[in-house]
Structures are given as structure tokens and as C-alpha cells.
Write a protein that binds this ligand. Structure first.
Ligand code: ADP
Length: 740
């Protein structure tokens, strides 16, 4: 842990004990100024662009007022009565806003009718907030009432890493309880900085990471998942640049580029090479000819994606920029996706020119990564949301709108891109999920915030660059405070956006915030028994009590737009078949026997396609995929290989159709076969059950009703066989949350 974080931790602990002391006294140390939130937008409205005006200033102030931990620690300044507390504020923006209001001021706390009296000190360094005695008494009473009503939600923040500061602010705003060192008893929420496995042995609650998300979103896996969707739905998935996986597809890459150039000599495409698993622009370079690839031979061969370079991006102030959009996957089954209405835009620091042999290596011109550009002398740190090298998305959309751009269309294209991308990765995520948290075993449920990097082309079409499983949630940035001296200083733009995203994610995951339940079939997610939220209610504040929090900055887009996108979820249905036949708990690969069982159960073999051909198909495909993924530890057929086999079977059976029609037709056939098997099994089971029960009823009126215990041996055997079959064919669901 860096000195910086040790320091921050100490400061935050000091603040925490201050808060606790104050709470003991019935004093609420949280300054609250009225927060006017951006108007809730009706889809596909863009993030409310009014933010760029007055509202944004208010929201931003409210965020910043909530205890900056950097710089001087908060001071407790008790007078002889011990009845007031002062909070030190450091953000220049905050100071400006407060000072504007004059030295003596009162703050009306929205939704509570309470009033704080404040005074800015002559030195301008901090604001002292006093509370009059009767207000404190009233507040204490309120506090007791609240405490009686509701236990605070508990959050384990011990593994939060760089999101810690934004998380602490969020927890504080929600008045939840933080466990910075972990807790022996279970917490409601575990906030992990890296992966699902940061804390092992969690058996309840909710974790902010899905198992397998890091693996799924590595550049190669994401490219593969999107490519599978491109094969099925080429038009719908044209938002992802053409990509080749290296070293495996090197030859295809070379051949295709040669053909393109032979067809049209004026075409001179550029490609961007990205190492698999790289981030922050590390190891990325541009090439114009396949011979420039830095390939290494044999085991040294670097896994990478080579991708068509978007040559004509949209520019603002002559600079290339990209969008960082925060997306919450609240639940895998049923799928629930939220998009943050506010995001960030990251600007290059050298004016853009289309790629030429001369400028290919100009990273400040071609790569928008903050981590690279921050080291350019041209990087502009700004407290304003609409200037500088990092700006809010709404400020950029506001500017585009002012130029006459149809930003509603841009925003709805971005929503579509996000939903389609999530649909592409969900099938494999479900395989990881059932392996890590097998149905029937205690474990937590998961949710995750993802960072989508999106480029707008000159024609305003959004292009997906990548998805980050661990988007940075830092709310401070590195700055050269003196020549050669770098320090982390608060970043108002980051804080504005990221604290909102974390806080509202927590609000959505609040285990106490349940909708009235209806009984739905088990689908393996804590929220599965809730009535899906109405689209209109999404932007409303989910806190029952709460007038003090702004409306949600996260907007539900799925299941809200189920109708428009559900037809794309074909691979997920293939994954459901795959999972059903996996058999052993914790397994992610299908063995040859399980593959045969799948073929038999779904009645896919016949005289033209014998079981011997099935075995050959299995061996062929599995062998090829194990060559492609040499590091895979388990033997057998993974989901991607199974999908390939499924496509092959579909094409064989329904020759005259398009691929997506072939796949849809084969899925229906398989699902119908399984349903009829299940129906037969259910029928047989209920017959044997009722027979057994009749016998049991005759002989043992008060005995147990389990057919296996009450029926004579032959019946018992039949019942137990049916039961096993039923168990095997029953849809394997993602596991239920046992605690919540
Ligand atoms: P990393 O994870 O290393 O940041 P990215 O895929 O995000 O890798 O690429 C880094 C940067 O390169 C992006 O932020 C963007 O500016 C630029 N970039 C990436 N892919 C493309 C592309 N296909 N066309 C144009 N620019 C791209």
C-alpha cells in the first residue's frame, strides 16, 4: 500500500471516528445541501445535458461537500458545550460555491426540514458548521427512530483497493455501515477491487464481481464472443471493428489484407495491434502492413488482437476522444443491465491527423488513454466538466447538441451497442457462474460495474473499443505539483461521475429494497423473485425514506428493451443446453460421454449421422480448440467449441436456411426434445409417486410420502430412476442466494 493510501486511510478513519462520536451525540456530521439532480430522461434520452448548466454545479457541489479525505484531515472543533463540529473542505470548487453565499449562511437540508448554520472562516480554509441545540435534539430523536426502523446495510470494503475512496463516500452518503477491515459475521455486500475471488469462502450476500468476468473481457475472448455474434447477426454487430486473433489467425489476416489491396490499390488501411490482457494502452502499436507485426515464434508468440483502425473519428477541438461509459450488470438471470447517464470522455493531447507512415507512432495523437496522455505536456487538468483533457460525457453531448447533432440517436445507438455486447458475453459468464457457485451450494450472488470504451466515428456511429472488467474508480489523479514531484490530487470530474455510479449501484443492490414478491420459477439470482421494475420507475429514488439523495444516475436498459433485443440471445440458449449436460458440479467442459448424451437426448443422430460421426466431430473440434487455448487446464469441450459444434449440426440439418435460422431451428428441436423428455419423466414420476402414495396410504396412513421410502422394491427402483432422470434433465439454474 502506498504512503498516500496509508495517509488517506488514517484520515478516513479519523473522519469515521468523528462521525461516530458525533452520531453518539445525535449530531449528523454530513453536510447536506439541496441536490437538484438532472431530470430523469425517458429513453432513449441522452444523459440530461442540462447538467452542463446549473444542475451540474449543484450536484457537483453536493458530492464534493461530502468530506474530502485528501489534504488536511477533518477537524472536530468542540466548544465548551461540545455541541458543534467542523468539516474541512478542500475542493476549490466547493469553496467558491460556499463563499459565493457569504460568510454566515444556513443550509436547508432537503427532505428533512432541518437547518444547519454555517460560517466560513476568514482564512477561507474551512467552513464551520454549527447546530443549534433544539435542532440537535430533534435530530437525535429522528436518529433513534431511524435506528429502530432499519439496520444499516453492511459493506465489507477490505478488498476495495483503488475504489476505496469513492466507495467510502458512497457508503457515507447512504448512511450504511462500512467494515474496512472485513468482518467475522457476514456482510450484505462485499466490494472487491479486482476479482470475484478477492475474498474466498463468501457464502452469502452480494459480491461486486462475477466469476470469469476478467477472463471473458480479455481482448481475445471479447473478440471471439463478438465474432460469434457477428457470424449470426452481421448487421447488428457491425459496431465492433474487424479483428483477427494472433498468432492463430495470422495467415488469414495476411491473406485478407493482400486481397483488399489487390482489389483496390488506393485502399491503404491501418491496423491497431493490442496485446491480450493489456490495458492502459500498454504495448499497443499501429501498423500499415502485416509485415510490421512484431510476432514472435513458438511459445514466445504473443497473444494479441489486430484490429481495423478507425481512421475518421469524431473530433472536438481537433482532438480525438473516446467515451468511458459505466454499465452495471445487476443480474445475469434474469438479465438486468443499467447504464450510467453520466460518463467520462478522455481526450488526446496532440491534434489528430489521419494515420500516415510518419505519425503512426504518435501515441498522444492516436491513443486516448488517460494513463498515457497524462504524461504529455499538453494534458489539461481542469475542475470544469466541459474543458480539459477529461470531461463529462454530458458536457460533450451538450456541445454536439449545440452544433445540431441528433444526440438522442447517438445515445440510443450507444444503448444498443451496450446491450448487444452484454448479450455476447453472457453465455460464457453463465458457464463460469455455475462452475464457481454451483446450484444448491451456498454462495453469494453477483453484480458488476463494467467500463465500456466507445469511440464515435465522424459520422457519429459508436464503435466498441473494449470493455474493462475493472474500470478505474479512482477519484483523484496524478499531477505534477512541482517540477518532477507528482502527487494524487482530487479530481472533481472523476468524483462527480464515479461516486454517483458506485452510490447508485449500492442503492440498486440494497438487500432491504425489495419489491413485493411473486413466485417465479427459480432462476438463480437474488432478484429473481421480484417483480421486474417498471420502466418508468427506474429513474426514481429507490430509498423509501429518501428525499436527500439525488435520483438514480443509472438507467435500466434491460429488461426494459427486451422486445428489441431478445431475438439476439441464441447463444445463451446454446449455453443453457451446454450447462444442462455438463454434469459434474464445478465443471466447465463437456466430456465425450456427455456430448453423446446431448446428441442422443436431443435425437440428433440418425443413419446419416451415426454416433461414430458424433465422436469424430467431438474429437476434431475439441482438439482444435485445445490448440487455440493451450493454457486451458481442463480437458474436454468448452462452450466456444460446443457452439461451433452446434453451428455445424445446425448447418447439416437445415441446409437451405441462413446461419441464424439454422441455429434457431436446431435450438427449437433440442428444446422440444428436452421438454418432452422432461414431461415423460414428470409423468412417470407422478404416476409412480401416486401409486406409491396410494399403497402407502393403505398401509401407512401417517407414514412418509417419499415414494422411495414407501413403495415396494420394483416401484422404488422405477421412482428412483425417474427421479435421477428428472434431476438430470431439469434445467440447471444459476444458484439461488440462500441468505437474502
Ligand atoms: P487498452 O486496454 O490498452 O486501453 P484499448 O483497446 O482501449 O486498449 O485501446 C487503447 C486506445 O487505442 C483507445 O483508447 C483508443 O484511443 C485507441 N483505439 C483502440 N482501438 C482502436 C480502433 N480500432 N480504432 C481507433 N482507435 C483505437
Amino acid at each position: 500500500m502506498s504512503d498516500h493510501y496509508v495517509q488517506v486511510k488514517v484520515q478516513l478513519e479519523q473522519m469515521k471516528s468523528l462521525v461516530q462520536d458525533a452520531e453518539k451525540e445525535g449530531v449528523d456530521t454530513e453536510e447536506q445541501v439541496p441536490v437538484s439532480s438532472p431530470p430523469a430522461s425517458v429513453s432513449p434520452d441522452p444523459p440530461s445535458i442540462t447538467i452542463a448548466g446549473t444542475d451540474a454545479a449543484n450536484t457537483s457541489t453536493s458530492c464534493k461537500n461530502r468530506g474530502k479525505s485528501r489534504g488536511k484531515p477533518a477537524k472536530e472543533d468542540k466548544n465548551s458545550c461540545g455541541k458543534h463540529i467542523s468539516v474541512t473542505l478542500h475542493s476549490p470548487v466547493v469553496m467558491k460555491n460556499l463563499n459565493r453565499l457569504g460568510h454566515e449562511r444556513t443550509l436547508h437540508i432537503k427532505g428533512t426540514g432541518k437547518i444547519l448554520q454555517g460560517k466560513s472562516e476568514p482564512n477561507g480554509n474551512y467552513v464551520t458548521i454549527h447546530q443549534s441545540k433544539n435542532i440537535q435534539d430533534a435530530r437525535r430523536e429522528d436518529g433513534f427512530k431511524l435506528a429502530r426502523k432499519k439496520k444499516p446495510v453492511t459493506v465489507d470494503t477490505s478488498k476495495a483497493k483503488t475504489s476505496l475512496e469513492a466507495l467510502k463516500l458512497s457508503i457515507k452518503q447512504l448512511k450504511w455501515k462500512e467494515f474496512p477491515l472485513g468482518r467475522r459475521a457476514a456482510c450484505d455486500i462485499y466490494w472487491h477491487g479486482v476479482s470475484f475471488h478477492d475474498n474466498e469462502n463468501i457464502v452469502s450476500g452480494q459480491v461486486n464481481k462475477f466469476p470469469g468476468m476478467i477472463e471473458m473481457l480479455r481482448k481475445i475472448n471479447l473478440s471471439r464472443a463478438v465474432r460469434t455474434m457477428q457470424d449470426l447477426f452481421p448487421e447488428e454487430y457491425d459496431f465492433y471493428p474487424r479483428s483477427w486473433i494472433l498468432p492463430e489467425e495470422y495467415q488469414q489476416f495476411v491473406t485478407q489484407i493482400r486481397l483488399v489491396k489487390e482489389n483496390d490499390a488506393t485502399v491503404n488501411p491501418t491496423f491497431i495491434v493490442k496485446p491480450d490482457g493489456g490495458s492502459q494502452g500498454d504495448g499497443i502499436y499501429l501498423i500499415r502492413d502485416p509485415s510490421d507485426l512484431k510476432l514472435m515464434a513458438g511459445s514466445q508468440a504473443k497473444q494479441a488482437v489486430v484490429q481495423e483502425y478507425i481512421q475518421k473519428p469524431l473530433l472536438i477541438d481537433k482532438l480525438k476522444f473516446d467515451i468511458r461509459l459505466y454499465v452495471l450488470i445487476k443480474c445475469l438471470e434474469p438479465l438486468e443491465i443499467y447504464i450510467a447517464k453520466e460518463g467520462l470522455t478522455r481526450f488526446c493531447t496532440e491534434p489528430y491527423q489521419e494515420p500516415s507512415q510518419k505519425n503512426l507512432s504518435h501515441v498522444f495523437m492516436h491513443l486516448t488513454n488517460y494513463s498515457l496522455n497524462v504524461h504529455s505536456g499538453n494534458f489539461v487538468h481542469s475542475d470544469s466538466q466541459s474543458t480539459g483533457s477529461k470531461r463529462t460525457l454530458s458536457s460533450v453531448l451538450y456541445r454536439l447538441a449545440a452544433k445540431g447533432v441528433d444526440i438522442k440517436k447517438v445515445w440510443s445507438d450507444i444503448i444498443a451497442l451496450v446491450i448487444k455486447t452484454v448479450i455476447a458475453v453472457v453465455p460464457e459468464l453463465k458457464v463460469y457462474y455455475q462452475a464457481d457457485i454451483p446450484p444448491g451450494k451456498p454462495g453469494p450472488t453477483c453484480f458488476q460495474i463494467l467500463g465500456f470504451d466507445i469511440l464515435l466515428m465522424k459520422n457519429l456511429k459508436p464503435v466498441l473499443l473494449e470493455v474493462n472488467s475493472n474500470p478505474s474508480m479512482r477519484i483523484e489523479h496524478e499531477q505534477e505539483v512541482a517540477p518532477g514531484v507528482f502527487e494524487y490530487v482530487p479530481s472533481p470530474v472523476d468524483e462527480e461521475v464515479k461516486v454517483g455510479v458506485i452510490r447508485d449501484t449500492l442503492r440498486l443492490m440494497d438487500p432491504g429494497h425489495k419489491k413485493p414478491t411473486i413466485s417465479l420459477p427459480k432462476t438463480g439470482c437474488e432478484q429473481r423473485e421480484e417483480i421486474p421494475m417498471e420502466a418508468e420507475s427506474q429513474d426514481r429514488n429507490p430509498d423509501e425514506g429518501g428525499g436527500s439523495l439525488p435520483s438514480l444516475c443509472l438507467k435500466q436498459v434491460y429488461p426494459k428493451y427486451t422486445k428489441q433485443f431478445n431475438y439476439l440471445r441464441l447463444v445463451e440458449r446454446i449455453a443453457a443446453l451446454f450447462i444442462r449436460f455438463l454434469g459434474v458440479k464445478g465443471n466447465m467442459r463437456l466430456g465425450p460421454t456427455a456430448f453423446r448424451t446431448f446428441i442422443r437426448t436431443c435425437k440428433l443422430s440418425n443413419s446419416n449421422f451415426t454416433m461414430a460421426s458424433v465422436d469424430i466431430l467431438y474429437i476434431d473440434i475439441t482438439r482444435r480448440w485445445s490448440g487455440v487455448m493451450p493454457d486451458s487446464r481442463e480437458a474436454g469441450m468448452g462452450l466456444q467449441a460446443f457452439v461451433e459444434a452446434f453451428f455445424y449440426l445446425a448447418a447439416r440439418r437445415f441446409k437451405s436456411l441462413s446461419l441464424k435460422e439454422q441455429v434457431a431451428a436446431l435450438l427449437e428441436l433440442c428444446e422440444a426434445a428436452l421438454a418432452s423428455q422432461l414431461g415423460v419423466a414428470e409423468d412417470r414420476r407422478s404416476v409412480s409417486c401416486s401409486r406409491a402414495q396410494q399403497r402407502g396410504a393403505r398401509t401407512q396412513p401417517l407414514g412418509p410420502t417419499n415414494p422411495q421410502l414407501t413403495s415396494p422394491a420394483p416401484l422404488r427402483r422405477a421412482a428412483s430412476q425417474d427421479y435421477r432422470l428428472h434431476q438430470r434433465l431439469k434445467p440447471r439454474t444459476l444458484r439461488a442466494n440462500v441468505e437474502n
